[in-house]
Ligand binder design. Structure first.
Ligand code: HEM
Length: 131
């Protein structure tokens, strides 16, 4: 199964550039994962795990999808969650809501939020257990 996003590499590169570059993007990803790890609904997935480490892997995954780095992380979304409780629609919806809030609070433009959320949404079927 392919793990490439339907979003073009170019669009992802534009997003990362627009967010302020790779470091700014990684910083936003860490913020996103810290909020998820503290969340009442989906925080339990991260119990005993370091959200910054997971965020950095997710950043690598996106940077690889954008064609900005050569080596992909060991796991993509299709295999990363095998040791977790089933991720259900409500969990995924919550993740998207948190992503929206974190990006809005960080002053990210509506267009960039739409692109990032669209990227995430393209993995819903791969990640959710009940769809
Ligand atoms: C509600 C939805 C999600 C939850 C609760 C979740 C949770 C997690 C957790 C807890 C880990 C660490 C697993 C471990 O340590 O064994 C992880 C890893 C990861 N997740 Fe997710 N995830 C979600 C959605 C996604 C999506 C949409 C993507 C891709 C767009 C993604 C990509 C990844 C990647 C790349 C890793 C790291 C794999 C590695 O270890 O190299 N996840 N996720």
């Amino acid at each position: 199964m392919t793990q490439r996003s339907p979003l073009s590499r170019q669009r992802l590169q534009e997003l990362i550039r627009s967010l302020g570059g790779e470091e700014a993007f990684k910083d936003l990803m860490r913020r996103f994962y810290r909020v998820m790890a503290d969340d009442v609904m989906i925080g339990f997935f991260f119990a005993g795990r370091d959200p910054d480490t997971i965020a950095d892997k997710q950043s690598l995954f996106v940077l690889h999808s954008a064609g900005l780095i050569q080596a992909p992380p060991e796991h993509g979304p299709a295999t990363a969650h095998r040791n977790l409780a089933p991720i259900l629609k409500g969990h995924f919806d919550r993740r998207i809501r948190i992503l929206n809030e974190v990006l809005q609070n960080a002053g990210v433009s509506a267009g960039d939020i739409k692109t990032w959320v669209g990227f995430e949404e393209s993995f819903r079927k791969v990640v959710e257990s009940d769809s």
